[in-house]
Design a protein around this ligand. Structure first.
Ligand SMILES: [Zn+2]
Length: 546
């Protein structure tokens, strides 16, 4: 995983030549490419309402991982209308699909996540906590915007490809259940990326930016430990019972003691998924769900093995059985492609950040103040290209199963400015901007970055060659991909079924209807921005379609 610039330059002259020439993007010496880029940017501006309604529509669905049924139906419908061939139910995941258009090389795969966050329901455009549906999930990560970015870009480029008779295939695919790290390794196992030349992944952020090499953060394996004990009357005959909940609690206690003696880069967390039914029945079953995060495959496996031994110890102590150990998700640490990231960064400089209004800035600062973040407002200068984070400087952090894909084909992640900086993440405040002009303008800027980079890939074969040269000769020279999930593991498609069954009837009342309302804020009757009132109260009453 550890890369230094000197190693990469010694072993990859082509990538370094490209990097040295990063100030001169491919289009500067190619007037045709330059003209097509100007055309694509104008075309994407003309699609701003399509992008906005897409962002708003998916926001209103607010679906959790593996339950993205309305979201996928909506997106697949748009793709079919636009001439894409769509394969549904990919890798045994009902909400996963792969849409393809075009023919021949290069094959460009555009991906982005779909899923929301539990208990993150929030009325958009209101800078304080007001759930749309109390207790319901919502887009408290901003995954409602990424496919709008990709598909807006794809439609603009498809139009150009058709007119110019260009060779090339566009593949669009979803990150299902990203919050569970639940699907991308299965898409890899299904062969979705076998013929792909370059993967351009988009993810919501607060600036327009990409990076190459190892990124700050971790990989992980997500494991559900289920224990079986013996039921008994908890007062009448407790000595005849063996509590599975005791095993769960002792596993957690054991893990928390062991945690002191783990590497500082390690991160782990758990939730109890089943703690029994009622106090007077000794729980015959109980289950706890762990995320084990580390910096590379070997260390993730070692951490997981410690988890297994703590679980077995807990079972021995309590006279219960470790009945099953289910892998619910996994993610390799990401490593991203240098030539493609450098190319996109030059395009980002052409695009710049959206023009934020005084209302956007006022709204952003109000949210930041609300969650005690730095009140810097929205970024107004394009961020720099992120470069390889060596292990010695990586103190761990979040994970994304795009990591698995990044070890199977040259991949980059575009961050686009649809959300507000300095928020906690996975939180209702991260949903507040996601159906407002901030999200809409950010998605349009993101679509331009994807589109311009697609044009470079389509018209500059040397760029694809250098991407593969980096992938083969630098990135995977000593590290070989092996899936973290085992051959017998299957996607955990049952996750979140109960939550959606409970909240969907109420959430449906707030689904966006673009035939009736130009924007979701208008449908809800929310003035933008709505701030706390002078007396400190937080109030807004959304309309429903009832
Ligand atoms: Zn995400």
């Amino acid at each position: 995983m550890h890369l230094t610039r000197s190693v990469s330059c010694l072993s990859l002259l082509l990538a370094c030549a490209l990097s040295a020439g990063a100030q001169a993007p491919a289009s500067q010496s190619n007037p045709r490419l330059s003209a097509l880029k100007t055309e694509a940017m104008k075309d994407i501006d003309s699609r701003a309402q399509f992008t906005q309604q897409f962002v708003d529509q998916v926001f209103s669905f607010g679906e959790l991982g593996f339950q993205e049924f309305e979201t996928s139906k909506y997106i697949v419908g748009i793709l079919k209308q636009n001439g894409f061939t769509v394969r549904e139910g990919v890798a045994g995941i009902p909400t996963a699909w792969v849409a393809t258009w075009g023919s021949g090389k290069p094959v460009i795969a555009l991906g982005s996540d779909l899923d929301g966050i539990p208990q993150a329901s929030q009325i958009p455009g209101v800078a304080c906590h007001l759930p749309l549906v109390q207790g319901a999930p919502g887009h408290g990560e901003g995954h409602n915007s990424g496919q709008a970015v990709n598909i807006t870009a794809a439609l603009a480029i498809k139009k150009i490809m058709q007119r110019e008779h260009m060779s090339g295939t566009l593949k669009i695919w979803p990150g299902v259940a990203e919050e569970q790290l639940g699907s991308k390794a299965y898409l890899v196992r299904d062969g979705v990326f076998k013929d792909v030349d370059v993967v351009l992944f988009s993810h919501v952020g607060s600036n327009l930016q990409t990076g190459w090499g190892a990124s700050q953060g971790s990989g992980l394996v997500s494991v559900l430990y289920s224990f079986e004990g013996q039921a008994a009357h908890a007062a009448g005959a407790p000595w005849r019972g063996r509590s599975a909940l005791d095993a769960v609690e002792l596993m957690d206690v054991g893990w928390n003691f062991r945690r002191e003696h783990l590497r500082l880069q390690t991160r782990s967390h758990y939730v109890i998924r089943n703690g029994g039914d009622q106090p007077n029945v000794v729980p015959p079953t109980a289950a706890v769900w762990y995320y084990f995060r580390e910096l590379d495959y070997k260390k993730i496996k070692e951490l997981w093995a410690i988890g297994d031994s703590v679980a077995q110890g807990a079972a021995m102590m309590t006279g219960t059985k470790l009945a099953s150990e289910r892998v619910l998700g996994s993610a390799w640490p990401g490593h991203f492609n240098r030539p493609i990231a450098e190319d996109m960064t030059e395009n980002i400089k052409l695009i710049g950040l959206p023009k934020w209004t005084a209302a956007d800035q006022q709204f952003a600062r109000a949210i930041q103040k609300e969650v005690k973040g730095d009140t810097t407002g929205l970024d107004t200068a394009v961020a720099k290209l992120e470069s390889d984070v060596p292990d010695s400087l990586n103190m761990g952090g979040g994970s994304d199963d795009i990591g698995d894909i990044s070890w199977n084909a040259p991949t980059i992640v575009l961050l686009y400015p649809s959300n507000v900086p300095n928020l906690p993440g996975h939180h209702w405040s991260d949903a507040i901007a996601m159906a407002t002009p901030i999200a809409h303008k950010g998605a349009t800027a993101g679509a331009k970055a994807q589109a311009l980079t697609m044009l470079d890939i389509l018209l500059t074969p040397a760029l694809v060659d250098s991407a593969w040269s980096y992938f083969r000769n630098v990135q995977t020279k000593t590290v070989k991909y092996e899936p973290l999930m085992r051959p017998e593991d299957r996607p955990a498609t049952e996750l979140n079924t109960d939550i959606l069954a409970r909240y969907r009837p109420e959430m449906k009342k707030f689904y966006y209807d673009p035939k009736k309302y130009p924007t979701y804020l208008q449908q809800l009757g929310i003035a933008y921005p709505t701030l706390r009132k002078a007396d400190g109260s937080c109030a807004a009453t959304p309309n429903t379609l009832q």
